[in-house]
Design a protein around this ligand. Structure first.
Ligand code: DCP
Ligand code: MG
Length: 358
């Protein structure tokens, strides 16, 4: 199997950032969520301004206030965090072959088939970060790797608002100097035990023999040793195969040249078909979407006799569908294309799905 491409995305200071977004007077200030101004309770998270004073998640509010007397402590408001989380996951889902949420603000994406046709996992991660910022008004950080645990370490590497890409050839150089606390499943007490026995970095664990790792490190020894040597076979869990694939393009300036519009639409369709070929998918239905300069939006569909992944053929059909609209006579601001009605074993009838859904 070809090498996987994995992105791990994690929102920055999630609860605190939602509060700062919704109450502008809190921006730039040390803020913590959870705990009371009287110093009772525990901090769930703190803004980066508060972290500069040493305030951390799971710290008592009393300690936090001692470290940062000007700290603004806010009660938790899960309804708003959940709403932001739903928006976040809805964005991620559109970029992924498989999505595995780990928490409200964190998920793994498998983007091996280049689901949105951007060419590289790095550009996909950039597009995700831009869309999250635009849609939610919040920043997130992302890590890219062919290994799950490395993607997760990488997303935390340049927080907040950072992107770290670790190509396969750089994985060992990247992980070896890091503390063993970065290994999946190594909590504070395990870390203390390992450090006491002289194992401080991931490189220290890598350099043990396989047998020594198992006998010295216990139950998870083999898993840690494998990771320390750049091996991690875990796949991205989550939902089953996708049921549709779509992409769209908004032009920097409205366009009225039908030939140009046709060429752009063909490019979208061919790229989608390439992604489908990579993922071994075939679709029965092709839909195009045209948004005119005045935002009126129309769509046209064609269902094929046999499921296809043939980009050239689908491009011709898309051109025909486009010609049946007023595109060209009227200026266009956005073009979209989508394949749906995938050929895969399903229980029950499958409805053609419009854009952004699957
Ligand atoms: N959280 C919590 N208690 C903890 C840790 C986290 O209630 N001990 C909540 C609050 C966080 C959210 O979960 O906002 C996400 O956790 P993260 O570990 O991702 O922390 P943040 O998103 O707050 O900060 P960052 O990811 O920038 O380090
Ligand atoms: Mg986070």
């Amino acid at each position: 199997m070809a090498e996987r491409k994995i992105i791990h995305v994690d929102m920055d200071a999630f609860y605190a950032s939602v509060e700062q977004r919704d109450r502008p007077h809190l921006r730039g200030k040390p803020v913590a969520v959870g705990g009371t101004p009287e110093g009772r309770g525990v901090v769930a998270t703190a803004s980066y301004e508060a972290r500069a004073f040493g305030v951390r998640s799971a710290m008592s509010a009393r300690t936090a206030l001692r470290l940062c007397p000007d700290l603004i402590l806010l009660p938790t408001d899960f309804a708003r965090y959940r709403a932001a989380s739903r928006q976040f996951m809805a964005i991620l889902e559109r970029y992924a072959d498989a999505l595995e949420p780990l928490a409200l603000d964190e998920a793994y994406l498998d983007v091996s088939s280049d689901p949105v046709g951007l060419g590289t996992a790095t550009d996909t991660a950039k597009a995700i970060r831009a869309e999250v910022q635009q849609t939610l008004g919040l920043t997130c950080s992302a890590g890219v790797s062919h290994l799950k645990f490395v993607a997760k370490i990488a997303s935390g590497f340049r927080k907040p608002d950072g992107l770290t890409v670790v190509p396969p050839s750089r994985v060992l150089a990247f992980i070896r100097p890091l503390s063993i606390t970065n290994l999946w499943g190594v909590g504070p007490s395990t870390a203390a035990r390992l450090q006491a026995s002289g194992l401080k970095t991931i490189g220290d664990v890598a350099d043990l023999g396989e047998v020594e790792a198992i006998t010295r490190l216990g139950r998870n020894g083999l898993a840690w040793w494998r990771m320390a040597n750049g091996r991690d076979d875990r796949t991205i869990g989550g939902r089953g195969p996708r049921k549709s694939r779509s992409a769209e393009r908004t032009f920097p300036e409205d366009r009225a040249d039908l030939d140009e519009l046709t060429a752009d639409l063909r490019t979208l369709v061919v790229r989608l078909a390439e992604s489908m070929r990579a993922a071994d998918e075939k679709a029965r239905t092709l839909t195009i979407k045209v948004r005119f300069a005045d935002f009126e939006t129309v769509s046209r569909s064609r269902t094929f006799d046999t499921p296809t992944q043939d980009g050239a053929m689908a491009g011709d059909v898309a051109a025909e569908l486009l010609a049946s609209t007023e595109a060209g006579d009227r200026a266009v601001r956005l073009l979209g294309a989508g394949f749906s009605n995938f050929d895969q074993p399903t229980t029950g009838p499958q409805l053609p799905l419009p854009f952004g859904e699957r």
